[in-house]
Design a protein. Structure first.
Length: 366
């Protein structure tokens, strides 16, 4: 038997034993009223598009070109890393590319000469083939000598061999020149890009919210140097337990509490749900957008939220403590009835089947 079912059966048996050993004294009436169900979540405030800025390469942080709170445009330089080695490599790559271009220019002359020889050889091969074909026709008509036929055949084959050799030589030289050009160009572009990578720029229009490092410190691609996000535009990033994630949908209302605004509740709406669960926390990440945001917000403020996942304006309900083992209710001091439940919260449980409005129910002994 499944452990969960065993546990529920045990609770039911234990409750019934309590009923048999004593009397239930408290009662309630099945009534109709509005009911809602919410899912709890916690998380932080983030700027829209917020991201950590990482250096592409390791090195000395030569200079920081912005300060916290600065508003920047996409492409604005943020900081520079000492790139003396990278610059040296870029210069060497540029020189190598220029030398390759000079060599290619010289080789191009050879290629043009070879192309001319190839055209002449092709013309000779075509003429010799025609002469051999005509000689064959004459021989078939019993005109001419066999020696002449064989001479024309040998000339045609020799022309063919020469033409094919020149064609292969031409094609190989052409491929070698193109490969050399691409290799030198790619090497130069890569070295230049690496040199540029030492100047890190903003990926978006936004605000510099945090700078973690100071000029003169060593940096590497594994540690962020700064945080950039949209200016004045924020969202809530929340963590939802795996047991509750199936209840959450985009568009559902969210009621948010912030430590920075004690006693206030702000409205938001679920905008996205991550499809991948975090295996360590066994939770899913969702995002919500404010519909009535606070006057001032900052990244990483702590947030708590209740997501409204179900609502009914009029349902048959009972107080939550009167439900036994999730599906039974006492209708007398000793008798129970099975019920089908719906929406529930800490105070109330919706009853879809098994009871009637106005019916008296009994509190199980604790």
């Amino acid at each position: 038997m499944h452990p969960a079912r065993t546990y529920v059966s045990f609770l039911t048996l234990l409750t019934l034993l309590f009923i048999a050993c004593g009397k239930a004294t408290e009662t309630a009436t099945v009534e109709e009223r509005p009911i809602t169900e919410s899912v709890y979540a916690s998380g932080i405030i983030k700027a829209v598009g917020q991201y950590d800025v990482y250096p592409v390469a390791s090195g000395l942080l030569q200079s920081i070109l912005v300060k916290e709170g600065d508003v920047v445009k996409k492409g604005t330089p943020l900081f520079m890393i000492d790139n003396s080695v990278s610059g040296y490599n870029a210069d060497n790559a540029r020189i190598a590319m220029e030398q390759s271009q000079d060599k290619a220019s010289s080789s191009s002359n050879v290629l043009r000469e070879l192309e001319l020889k190839l055209k002449l050889s092709e013309s000779k091969y075509r003429n010799d083939s025609i002469l051999y074909f005509r000689q064959q026709q004459l021989w078939n008509d019993k005109v001419g000598s066999k020696v002449e036929l064989e001479r024309k055949e040998l000339a045609s084959k020799a022309s063919q061999t020469e033409y094919e050799a020149l064609r292969n030589q031409y094609q190989q030289l052409k491929k070698d020149l193109e490969r050399s050009r691409l290799q030198s160009s790619n090497s130069y572009q890569m070295a230049s890009r690496q040199a540029r990578d030492f100047t890190v720029t903003s990926q978006m229009d936004g605000t510099i919210y945090i700078i973690y490092k100071e000029a003169g410190e060593m940096v590497n691609p594994a540690a962020p140097v700064a945080v950039v996000g949209a200016t004045g535009s924020f969202l809530i990033e929340l963590q939802i337990d795996e047991f509750d994630i199936v209840k959450v949908k985009t568009g559902q209302p969210v009621y948010v509490s912030l430590d920075s605004y004690r006693g206030a509740v702000f409205e938001a709406v679920v905008t996205s749900i991550s499809p991948l669960m975090n295996p360590k926390s066994r939770s899913f990440t969702i995002e919500a957008s404010f519909t009535n945001p606070p006057d001032r917000l900052y990244p990483n403020l702590t947030a708590e939220a209740n997501i409204l996942v179900a609502k009914s304006d009029k349902s048959m309900v009972i107080p939550a403590p009167y439900l036994i083992a999730g599906n039974k209710v006492l209708i007398s001091e000793k008798d129970t009835v099975s019920v089908k439940t719906g929406i529930s919260n800490t105070e109330w449980v919706e009853i879809k089947e098994g009871l009637k409005t106005g019916q008296t129910i009994y509190m199980p002994l604790q």
